[in-house]
Design a protein around this ligand. Structure first.
Ligand SMILES: [Zn+2]
Length: 125
């Protein structure tokens, strides 16, 4: 019988990480801004949980009272912002090159220029 188990309870705090100068995720300096704001909140929370008991030996989960900064990581195209996906062996055809991006012409041109690969149909327009 399948059962539903709730475990690893924790608190996530979603902060307003809007940059004062309008920087967005992926912009130079945004990550440092986000890390600094998260660090300030982390220290404030830590002051309130610093006397909770440590985890028992052998438990790989964070100790009770542990405060961690967690963030998602994604790879996206710096030109168009789409998820970064590339040509795989299964996608290969006479027009594509293994490892080249799938999202946009700018990314393909950049990739082929870096690798010294002729632009082919991407050199037009
Ligand atoms: Zn792109």
């Amino acid at each position: 019988m399948k059962r539903t188990v709730h475990d690893n309870h924790r608190i996530e705090v979603h902060l307003n990480l809007r940059h004062p100068r309008g920087l967005r995720p992926g912009d130079e300096g945004y990550n440092e801004h986000a890390q600094r704001v998260c660090g300030e909140v982390e220290r404030a929370i830590r002051r309130h949980v610093d006397n909770l008991a440590p985890a028992s030996l052998g438990d790989s989960r964070p100790a009770p009272g542990a405060v961690r900064i967690i963030f998602d990581t994604r790879e996206e195209c710096s030109h168009c912002g789409l998820l970064w996906e590339t040509v795989t062996e299964a996608d290969l055809d006479e027009h594509s090159v293994l490892g080249e991006p799938l999202c946009c012409r700018k990314a393909v041109v950049e990739f082929r220029n870096e690798k010294g690969i002729p632009l082919g149909e991407f050199g037009e327009g």
